[in-house]
Write a protein that binds this ligand. Structure first.
Ligand code: PLP
Length: 388
């Protein structure tokens, strides 16, 4: 299926198109260089060498050691490995039984922590967020106690774009000798991720969020971190993620990460004014609308709103009819809208919480796309309110 060129894609936090240079870099590893990177013959060695080159590239960008990088099958898998890996290690050593996290994490973290509670009996403290979805590092410090084995706080929120104080939270964890995991899936290419500078022990990324392929992730595990692999099998990825490695995927992720980091400053500088125009235009033209997330400490490409008394999912459908791709954080169950759990945690009432809309900019967007949204969105919200 081909899409008409006039369509406007404003859902780059959901996924991004693969960069042509990334496709080019990956292509040989599906065809002429198809070997299994664990095989000892020449085909295998060629694949292994490409894999190690990809690992080196990713390590250079992240400012860490290649041995600290584990390629995975998605961002979700990277996060699951991180949380389960630390939890099993804690269980094995009897070191502790308590995890600190937030109520605004992506389900990859939130539901995994729920499982660790339900299946392994870990106690969980959720530190509150403020009205912008931000955690206060002193609340993290207060939540850490003897027996805390892990703190997990995301770098940037997918739904509201808010960026957390990751340096300060990392410092709190380091001072108290607690491992710190951060979900950086929305941050790559948008926020500097120099791991040598941040006190992070485990960090997850996902290639498809920064113009790489889908189904490829990366987990950084700082050297010396107690980690028991939650999946078992072969010795790939030093046993931390057994299974034949997707060499093309790893090459794609590393290439995309290098490109994203290389253009990060310029691309953020290009997108920020577009984002601000979008925010200003929406708030000016639509009554009972508000920006969700932090006005300043937010991703440069991310605009998110709540509209009182309108279902975000209905807005998304109507925008789609106008050729504009967006998304909503509110979920629909049994035909009834459920308020977004992120907005609820920030203290918004359900009549605002159902009306969440996310517009996220990327490579192909320009001022004309922003103007197009501002032309159609006020009418859509007005019609939905009139019909509701
Ligand atoms: N964490 C965050 C913040 C995300 O936005 C996403 C995807 O939307 C994920 C984790 C999961 O990543 P993946 O799609 O690679 O499983």
């Amino acid at each position: 299926m081909t899409l008409p060129e006039s369509r406007v894609y404003l859902d780059h936090s959901a996924t991004t198109p693969v960069h042509p240079h990334v496709v080019e870099a990956m292509a040989p590893y599906w065809s002429e260089c198809f070997g299994n990177s664990a095989s000892s013959h020449a085909f295998g060695q060629a694949a292994a060498s490409a894999l190690e080159q990809a690992r080196q590239t990713a390590a250079d960008v992240l400012d860490c050691r290649p041995s600290e990088i584990v390629f995975t099958g998605s961002g979700t898998e990277a996060i699951n490995l991180a949380l389960w890996g630390v939890a099993w290690a804690a269980r094995q050593s009897g070191r502790g039984n308590h995890i600190v996290t937030t109520p605004v994490e992506h389900h990859a973290v939130g539901r995994t922590v729920e499982q660790l509670h339900g299946l392994l009996g870990f106690e969980v403290t959720q530190v509150p967020v403020d009205g912008y979805g931000r955690v206060d590092p002193s609340d993290v410090a207060a939540a850490v106690r003897p027996g805390t084995v892990l703190v997990s706080v995301m770098v940037a929120n997918n739904e509201i774009g808010t960026v957390q104080r990751i340096f300060r939270i990392g410092r709190v964890c380091r001072e108290r000798g607690v491992l710190f995991h951060t979900d950086a899936v929305q941050a790559a290419g948008r926020i500097p991720l120099e791991l040598d500078e941040v006190n992070v022990d485990l960090l997850g990324l996902s290639a498809h969020k920064f113009y790489g392929p889908k189904g490829v992730g990366l987990l950084y595990v700082r050297r010396g971190t107690s980690f028991v692999p939650p999946i078992t099998g072969g010795a790939q990825e030093r046993g931390r993620r057994p299974g034949t490695v997707d060499v093309a995927g790893a090459v794609g992720l590393a290439t995309a990460l290098r490109l994203a980091e290389g253009e990060r400053v310029a691309e953020c500088a290009r997108l920020r004014p577009l984002r601000d125009r979008l925010i200003e235009g929406v708030l000016e033209s639509i009554p009972d609308s508000r920006l969700t997330g932090h006005p300043v400490h937010r991703l440069a490409n991310h605009a998110s709103f709540a509209f009182r008394g309108v279902e975000g999912e209905s807005i998304v459908l109507h925008l789609d009819l106008e050729g504009i791709a967006a998304s909503s954080g509110a979920a629909c169950a049994d035909g009834e809208p459920n308020p977004s759990f992120v907005l609820t945690a920030m203290g918004l009432s359900p009549d605002w919480g159902i009306g969440s809309l996310r517009l996220t900019l990327g490579h192909n967007n320009d001022a004309a796309d922003v103007a197009r949204v501002l032309e159609v969105l006020p009418g859509i919200v007005e019609r939905l309110r009139a019909s509701g």
